[in-house]
Design a protein around this ligand. Structure first.
Ligand SMILES: Cc1cc2nc3c(=O)[nH]c(=O)nc-3n(C[C@H](O)[C@H](O)[C@H](O)COP(=O)(O)O)c2cc1C
Length: 188
């Protein structure tokens, strides 16, 4: 698959196989984030790799999955992610305005993992305070998101959006359908 195909075929994964990801693989994805575009080249983002079972479980208890189809969209115990990458902003480097850097960095992690057939879920519905505590973050670190990761155990698909309905849903086969606006809808 070339990069364009990787990009357009990527879907958020919330069911994972339990084959572990190595620290080296996760470090490779963080390295891709490290080299992402950064406003004024300040590079304020820092990354924490979590792939040790007890720690992964602690994070799982502090995140919320698939709001539109809760609780059906929650991974079962045997489908839970095997790793997380937490992304934080170092306020000693920059005080505010991390959103664009975060977008570029998170997407680099997600796409570089995707090339290895590793699925991911960017997560913002998380308990920021408790996760920062679990990860022992210093006060200069502002947690921005976590990315759940693992080998894929589902194959969600893109469907054309109907009447502006953004809600993803499970079809009769249990496959997650993700509505996307058409190219004509988004082209000005
Ligand atoms: C900033 C951001 C925060 C998100 N937070 C969550 C989350 O907390 N839980 C979750 O299950 N999915 C979360 N997602 C995943 C979105 O639900 C998903 O990207 C969207 O439904 C589109 O599906 P796709 O990624 O397969 O194209 C988040 C995505 C983004 C970009």
């Amino acid at each position: 698959m070339d990069l364009y195909d990787v990009i357009i075929n990527r879907r958020t994964i919330r069911k994972f196989s339990q084959k572990p990801l190595t620290y080296e693989m996760l470090k490779k994805y963080v390295n891709a984030a490290r080299l992402a575009p950064s406003a004024a080249n300040k590079q304020p983002l820092k990354y924490k790799i979590i792939n040790e079972k007890d720690m992964v479980k602690k994070i799982i208890n502090l995140v919320k999955w698939a709001a539109y189809i809760r609780p059906e969209g929650d991974p079962k115990q045997e489908e839970e992610p095997t790793a997380f990458i937490a992304i934080a902003a170092d306020k000693n480097i920059k005080e505010s305005g991390f959103e664009a850097d975060l977008g570029a960095a998170a997407e680099n992690i997600i796409l570089s993992a995707e090339i290895d057939d590793v699925g991911s879920c960017w997560m913002g519905a998380i308990d920021y305070d408790k996760i920062s505590e679990v990860l022992n973050f210093d006060s200069n670190l502002k947690l921005l998101c976590v990315i759940a990761m693992g080998y894929k155990a589902e194959s969600p698909k893109e469907v054309l959006m109907n009447n502006g309905d953004v809600k993803y849903f499970k079809d009769e086969k249990g496959c997650l359908n993700v509505p996307k606006r058409s190219i004509d809808d988004v082209l000005l």
